[in-house]
Design a protein around this ligand. Sequence first.
Ligand code: FAD
Length: 390
Amino acid sequence: MDITVVGGGLAGLTAAIASAELGANVTLLEAHRTLGGRARSTEPPYVANDGPHVLYSDSAPYAWLDRRGLVPPSKALPLRAALGVRWRYRDRIGGPPSPVLRAAARRGLRAPHDQEFGAWAEERLGAEAARAVGSMMGVVLFHAEPARLSAAFVWDRFLRVTSPRWPSARYVVGGWTALVDHLAEKAREAGVRIQTRNRVTELPEGTAIVATSLDSARALLGDASLTWESGHTLMVDLGLRRRDRDPFLVFDSDGCGFLERYTVVDPALAPDGEDLVQAQLPVRPGESRAEATARMEAFLDLALDGWRARGTWRRDQVARGRTGAVDLPGTTWRERPAIDRGGGVYLVGDSVAAPGMLGEVAVTSAVRAAELATGGGTARPGAPGRAAAR
Ligand SMILES: Cc1cc2nc3c(=O)[nH]c(=O)nc-3n(C[C@H](O)[C@H](O)[C@H](O)COP(=O)(O)OP(=O)(O)OC[C@H]3O[C@@H](n4cnc5c(N)ncnc54)[C@H](O)[C@@H]3O)c2cc1C
């Protein structure tokens, strides 16, 4: 059968490979001149990811990619780097705050999806822990108000990030562009025809997997209901002359941000003697970009001694509605826009009805769409789509 995949980001490339593996003739159409979408990185000498930072190796989507040789060379967190993990708490930089440690010890707690995280956590863990835990989860939520998200959504991610099996994080060597290049090569080897600079303005005839943002999908499918809550964050990437005492990573338990010194894991991401730091801080409702930038710079002042004088490169961006789905009270991933739109049209990406965190939702939905589009009879056991979507 013939399948057209619209969009060549992580979801589109995965859907194309999975569909080809299941026997389809696949054409992938990408609007931009390069593949990758949000998984692109800047060109050297500063290789800064446009958004994503790590793959989490403790997940079914990672296992699915890994089994097929689709994960390029990557590195786990070195012990030296793990020792450099810090928290911002009450405007000081230090080790894990005690309310966070006490909360992490309550691993048996299960949170409901129909209650706000703030109210639920305050009752179970106390007001201080509710605030510190919610804010530190900015690392995967990219949202200024974790307290008003579903309790289950925030708490499940906290348990995952603080898992005793930590660190599951894998850093792609060469930045996420290396992952995109690797997936594109595997897709071509599997027979997928790839056309870039091809913006699709009408749904293609026949079976189609739409792997664009929800905004583009809403226009393509003519369906105004294709919306979901997502994050809104300021991202600042910095080249800095190296100072070995800089922390490797800072969870911001005051302001929901985080920063990471990527060159500790992959020195080639910046010129010799320099570090690449990526920081993000969610924008508050009604806050201007200048105000968010001032808060970000105050965070950098606390975390990175003398960063202003050491700067060699800087890029500022704002991501709105681009950081994946967040679930409000009363909703779970099951209520998000469905993958199967009827009539041979499927919708994939990180804001659709599939479980997981961030890019995992994109991979899981892509594999599931490929199974549905092709009849799915030959999917291997353990594939994230079928197994995880039950
Ligand atoms: C700040 C930030 C941090 C993140 N951190 C992580 C992380 O640590 N780990 C993780 O797993 N994920 C992370 N993510 C999420 C991850 O980046 C996304 O989940 C993933 O890249 C989404 O891929 P996608 O293919 O669904 O969408 P996209 O990457 O948006 O791809 C959609 C593609 O469709 C194309 N397109 C759009 N419209 C059309 C059209 N009409 N015709 C043809 N093509 C079209 C676009 O050009 C684009 O290439 C982060 C995201 C951000 C913003």
